[in-house]
Write a protein that binds this ligand. Structure first.
Ligand code: G3P
Ligand code: CA
Length: 264
């Protein structure tokens, strides 16, 4: 086997479109994901929640307030959390207009739609599970969804292009126990002892840019894991993350990162 260079596991680094190409498109929507793919992203990063009736839906926040027209559509509604709404109600929301009138009518996607897009376009998927502690059964539901799409899981795993990550490390462990074949990522910056333990079963340690120095990324690599760094839109910061050894960079501007990576 070739020796692993601890400073550089993945060359060139993966381009990961954060909530899609979300600088210009409404985040976490199908058009934003398609734009990211069109711009050359290797993977799409997205955030998963669960509605009151158990549907897996794509959104960053736990409520639909910031990125939909919920207040106009349901002015008397007090509970605008995803956990408190049914998927049929969420499906009526406009998740595009807040970003610009040209995006009006864009809907909140379900996880199943994103899986289909990833499968059809052979794009990698970095699935962040947001606040799993408020969604009982979300780990099982995600495993079921990943296994339900014909031929998806085998191909994505063979290509190394599917990772489930969370900032809730207990959830990451629960998910790994349910589906050990699916790579998992830990969001954050574990201390050295924790890093050693994670190396037994975790595939990725994914820190915020400001925590992603070369020593930390080298420690991750020496333990046999890889690291995706978030969220980097600035050109100089992209170059610094690459110099530090990032295996992938999560960005709202995949077109800019593609240029940087192609110039390496
Ligand atoms: O992929 C990690 C990154 O997305 C975490 O931050 O708040 O954008 O989900 P956030
Ligand atoms: Ca995220």
């Amino acid at each position: 086997d070739a020796e692993v260079d601890p400073a550089r596991v993945r060359v060139p680094p993966l381009v990961i479109a954060h909530r899609g190409a979300s600088a210009e498109w409404p985040e976490n929507t199908i058009p934003a994901f398609i734009a990211g793919i069109d711009q050359g992203a290797d993977m799409i990063e997205t955030d998963v929640h669960m509605s009151a009736d158990g549907e897996l839906v794509i959104m960053h926040d736990t409520t639909v307030d910031r990125t939909t027209d919920v207040r106009a559509l349901y002015p008397n509604r007090e509970d605008r959390s995803i956990a408190g709404m049914n998927s049929a109600q969420i499906a009526t929301l406009d998740a595009g207009s807040w970003k610009g009138e040209e995006f009006s009518g864009v809907r909140v996607p379900r996880l199943a739609e994103v899986l289909t897009l990833a499968h059809d376009t052979r794009t990698g998927l970095l699935l962040e599970v947001k606040h799993p502690e408020i969604y009982p059964g979300i780990a099982e539901a995600i495993v079921t969804a990943l296994r339900a799409l014909p031929n998806y899981l085998d191909r994505a795993l063979a290509a190394g292009m599917l990772v489930v990550q969370s900032a809730n490390w207990a959830f990451v462990e629960e998910f790994h126990g349910l589906a050990p074949e699916i790579p998992v990522g830990v969001l954050g910056r574990p201390c050295p002892d924790e890093l050693q333990d994670f190396a037994e079963w975790v595939d990725q340690i994914n820190p915020e840019f400001c925590a992603a120095d070369e020593d930390f990324l080298t420690a991750i690599h020496e333990l046999g894991m890889t690291s995706l760094v978030w969220t980097v839109d600035d050109l100089g910061e992209m170059e610094r993350a690459i110099d530090a050894g990032a295996d992938g960079i999560i960005t709202n501007t995949p077109d800019r990162l593609v240029e940087v990576v192609e110039a390496l």
